[in-house]
Design a protein around this ligand. Sequence first.
Ligand code: AMP
Ligand code: MG
Length: 527
Amino acid sequence: MSFSPSNAVRAARDDTLSMDAVARAIRIGEPGSFAALGTDFVTRLPATPTPDPYLIAISRETADSLGFDASLAEGDKRAAFAAYFAGNPTRDWPADAMPYAAVYSGHQFGVWAGQLGDGRALTLGEVEHDDARLEVQLKGAGRTPYSRMGDGRAVLRSSIREFLCSEAMHHLGIPTTRALAIVGSDLPVRRETIETAAIVTRVTPSFVRFGHFEHFYSNDRVADLKTLADHVIDRFYPQCRQADDPYLALLDETLRNTAQLMADWQGIGFCHGVMNTDNMSILGLTIDYGPFGFMEGFNAHHICNHSDTQGRYAYSRQPQVAYWNLFCLAQALVPLFGENLPEEGRAERVVEEAQKVMERYKTYFGPALEAKMRAKLGFETAREGDATLANELFEIMHNNRADFTLTFRNLAKLSKADASGDAPVRDLFLDRAAFDAWAVKYRERLAHEPRDAAVRAEAMNRVNPKYVLRNHLAEQAIRQASEKDFSEVQRLLDVLRHPYDEQPHYEAYAGLPPDWASDLEVSCSSS
Ligand code: AMP
Ligand code: MG
């Protein structure tokens, strides 16, 4: 075969489109990476091979953010892509590319659970692209030393939900881990019934959880605790180095990001379901999607996790529980606080300073939620009484179980002048009189808004999504996928890529749940 320049160009291009190039791009143990922290933090081991994996769906945006060409998952390349992201390498894992599981501990449902760790997640390494470094992790690729009684697997149902929701949250503008792909296998997995296995490739700058800090604190390993905190500061919060106490500053940053996340969740009607400290990201990202749910008929005390019998993680409690979790983090960081203080009186000073930082939570959360609610109600200005008006809306939504997403989305149709545009919201309330009474006050408030109706509606539509991952939509995609028809997963992903846009051909995806969906339940034990 002659070797012409054009062949050479083509060969070079093909190389960037090969799985070998992907494997080379995912590096492990580079300076500054989590893996480089060493064996006190990670255990290196291969994934358990998954039989006959098939690709279910891929997120193009996540592929882009990694610098991977999404065509790698197309045509005759699909099988190799699926095999790689099932954790089945073509050759044995070279020792220097061996994936890892990380150790962490945590409080589960308010009780100290001791050591947990990546029981079914293996990190392949990090990709550096466009000045960002992103970790690439397989969830469900087999047992690890932290699996305890678990099988190291995740089922198709929960994997589809995690894949779709992490991408949906990203497009909603809510900080989250991302998903690159979902791969399935007919490997049977026992849960309440026999299901099949799937693996989600998760992508994020860091998977460090509050539980990582609790782990080293509870084992009295202060040097490791400091190594971990320094890693997080150097990589993600370098501004903390300028503070008098970088570790208090780290607590403060985490407090702020977590408070913002709670405002984001409350503002979109998202319930996480399992806010254990091992599921809390040090970067304030939504992480570990299990029995989550988007609120439909509004119930302030909604519990989306069937296993949460006490309602610890009910919608209304999320901001408070996050604060409780932040206390666990603060406690774990105590040995690092006040490094430069004299020994005499240090312990008291440190607790005092940490408490002062913790008190800032309300100054972060309150204004963040108020700003969110103001935007959702279409107020450009801030006026006294706005919070009351928002609370009154929530109260009548709660009493009427009005659909969260539709109520806010349709609010943009209300006219400042009269009730002519009320019907789309009003019809969501059984108690029309209660809605009408609220609408009078809302209109009075709108009278003070300088923006004209079209501009206000446009702004409201940027914060009140039309499309969220309703349980029945995920369920439909799951049912079809279990029959090997993956088109609905990809279609739903497409819909959720533009949650704030009108998508007339996808109108059905914005509607109320059908009757058959009323008894859908999700729990910890079905993941
Ligand atoms: P979660 O609440 O789902 O985030 O999981 C809590 C802990 O249990 C983590 O340490 C997980 O890695 C572990 N875990 C959950 N499911 C499994 C499983 N099927 N196999 C092994 N470990 C699991
Ligand atoms: Mg978890």
